[in-house]
Design a protein around this ligand. Structure first.
Ligand code: FEO
Ligand code: CA
Ligand code: CA
Ligand code: CA
Length: 603
């Protein structure tokens, strides 16, 4: 295309051929090295992983399961030593534990308290020091002073903001409504300008149990309970895990307010392993996909956040104060500010609607007694404001120039398109670009456009829209996580789930051009082993190192697709990546990508 006088794509690498097999692939000229796997030691006194003899005590000191968000805090000037911050979103019991088989979600017969405790210990997050050696290889520093596991087994957390201490957060073990043990389902996240780590709590509803079920084993909401309206809107209790069989704190029959302590954004100071993580209630309560920050042109902190649910909304939070350069009181920026929800109008403008008690319909007559209620029931408040129902907002990434990219992953239940979600029965998703007015991320209005409509451009019925210079290898489906590198370039990782058979492509990392004549072209840089979803991605500030997280390798959809018809169990996985050891199931792992011989990636 450059020969025609057009602006070429800025990503300099030869794209990978698409495909799907038992291992990972990276573009020529790059190394993708396995840095840390589920079960690898994190704390100095952690035992080596023994998959046949797993214990809670060991897992509490080892790398957790299903690595999702990856962040990095540099500890030196050239970003060759630092703290890796990793979310452990959820667990796949049938792949983790020998002999369990595919979990019977209705009965959970195989789940003992010991297995539940190990599962809890495998959730949450990890902080681990890593360094790049003189040979160019990265390695984990096993005795790193800041190494830490955070989990829902015994990590104590506190609350800040409008819902802290609220009556609806009070539980038997916490009559003040100010503390909670742990965090779960931490999906994407973000790093703040002052070096703290934001862990987004996504599908928290699935962890809550009730003994009250119908003939099909589905939980029944007590319609007379004070929380019935909120439970219905949030899908509580989801009853995905057996934890509530053994712990009152996961059982809504015993602790009806407990779900209100989940679904928040958690801030962690990775440099202080004794610090208490804080759930910041000013950022709202929903199925938080991520929490990517930027500093607006007026100096305020802005956090973009999706609510990953069909027909749910896109949010952003704007602090009252401005980011201070000495980083002294910056965490207060996550305490005092305004949460907004997006309305995408058909004329290409966006209105950010404030969720403020007493304004508009957010009144006691409508069930909101105070700002705490507005934050606890963010979704109900956003419904009343007329926000635009979206096709599952996943990660959202702001760039310093007032632009943001919103990943809409798919929505096969959509019957009626709207301007910003233009396809019914969308299996493949799309990406929206927002330009905030005046280039100011704190603005309450702006414009939006669709950057790409995903899926196969060669099948008319798919309705995809790409720059025609995108090759067979470059188009993708179901954008999920994303990153903007130090040069302002956008990178997309995909999660097709069990839909991958509709494309035949494994999930991967794509370089998606946003500027010039090449806008809307996409190139494949990395692809996952079969059944894995790609998370991360995260670039160091010098663009020389890229962290990728391969989540649940060998699981998604492998039961039904030719060449991979496996049960996705410990004994019969579709791949044994990355160990390829017959005695080891597949392991979620973080990879580190560098250019052979060094230098910036894709330059
Ligand atoms: Fe955990 Fe919405 O992906
Ligand atoms: Ca995600
Ligand atoms: Ca991101
Ligand atoms: Ca997803």
């Amino acid at each position: 295309a450059a020969a025609d006088g057009q602006t070429p794509s800025r990503y300099k690498f030869d794209e990978l051929p698409w495909g799907n097999d038992t291992t990972h692939h990276i573009a020529d000229g790059y190394d993708a090295q396995v840095l840390i796997r589920w079960g690898d030691p994190v704390l100095a006194d952690a035992p080596d992983f023994d998959v046949m003899n797993q214990t809670t005590a060991a897992q509490l000191k080892q790398f957790g399961y299903n690595n999702d968000y990856v962040g990095f805090v540099p500890l030196n000037a050239d970003s060759t030593r630092g703290l890796l911050c990793v979310n452990h979103e959820y667990t796949n019991e049938e792949v983790m534990f020998p002999g369990l088989g595919r979990q019977d979600r209705a009965g959970f017969e195989g789940m003992t308290q010991e297995l539940v405790d190990i599962e809890m210990a495998a959730h949450g997050g990890t902080v681990v020091e890593i360094a790049r050696g003189v040979d160019g290889q990265w390695a984990v520093i096993r005795n790193g002073q800041m190494n830490r596991r955070i989990q829902p087994f015994d990590t104590k957390m506190t609350f800040s903001g409008p819902a802290a201490g609220h009556d609806r957060l009070k539980t038997n073990d916490d009559p003040d409504g100010m503390t909670v043990i742990g965090t779960v389902n931490n999906c994407a996240g973000g790093m703040t300008p002052w070096g703290t780590w934001l862990m987004a709590e996504e599908n928290f509803h699935g962890y809550f149990w009730s003994d009250n079920v119908d003939a099909d084993g589905k939980p029944v909401i007590d319609e007379l309970s004070d929380e019935a309206r909120s439970y219905r809107r949030y899908g509580v209790p989801g009853r995905w895990y057996a934890w509530g069989k053994f712990y009152d704190r996961w059982n809504v029959d015993r602790e009806p307010n407990m779900p209100n302590k989940w679904g928040w954004v958690v801030e962690v100071d990775p440099k202080d392993p004794t610090s208490t993580p804080v759930k910041h209630t000013a950022l709202g309560r929903f199925r938080h996909e991520g929490a990517e920050t930027t500093i607006a042109s007026d100096g305020r902190l802005v956090v973009y956040m999706g609510d990953d649910n069909r027909f749910d909304y896109q949010y952003k939070y704007v602090s009252d104060g401005i980011v201070s350069e000495d980083n002294s009181a910056n965490s207060d920026l996550l305490v005092n500010g305004t949460l907004y929800v997006a309305r995408f109008d058909a004329d290409g403008t966006i209105a950010w609607l404030p969720l403020v008690h007493g304004q508009g319909p957010l009144t006691p007559e409508n069930g909101f007694a105070d700002q705490g209620d507005v934050m606890i029931d963010t979704r109900l408040a956003a419904d009343l404001l007329g926000a635009t129902p979206m096709d599952r907002p996943e990660d959202a990434e702001p760039r310093g120039d007032g632009t943001a990219y919103i990943m809409l992953t798919n929505n096969t239940r959509r019957k009626e398109p709207n301007a910003a979600n233009p396809r019914a029965d969308s299996s493949f998703g799309h990406i929206i670009e927002i330009k905030e007015d005046g280039g100011n991320h704190a603005a309450t209005s702006g414009t939006w456009s669709i950057l790409v409509k995903c899926g196969d451009p060669n099948i008319a019925a798919v309705g995809a829209a790409w720059n025609p210079d995108t090759s067979e290898n470059g188009w993708f489906a179901s954008p999920d996580n994303c990153a903007i590198d130090a040069d302002g370039r956008l990178w997309i990782s995909t999660d097709q789930g069990s839909n991958w058979g509709k494309t035949g492509k494994s999930d991967g990392l794509y370089a998606l051009e946003t500027e010039g004549d090449a806008r809307g072209t996409s190139k494949l840089f990395f692809r996952c082993p079969v059944g894995g979803e790609l998370c991360g991605p995260y670039f160091t500030d010098n663009n020389e190192t890229l962290f990728l997280a391969v989540q649940h390798p060998g699981t998604d959809g492998t039961k039904n697709f030719a060449g991979f018809e496996r049960n996705s169990t410990f004994e019969d996985p579709a791949t044994r990546w990355p160990d390829f050891d017959d005695a080891m199931p597949p392991r979620p792992s973080v990879l580190v990508v560098t250019k052979k011989g060094g230098g910036k990636i894709a330059v």
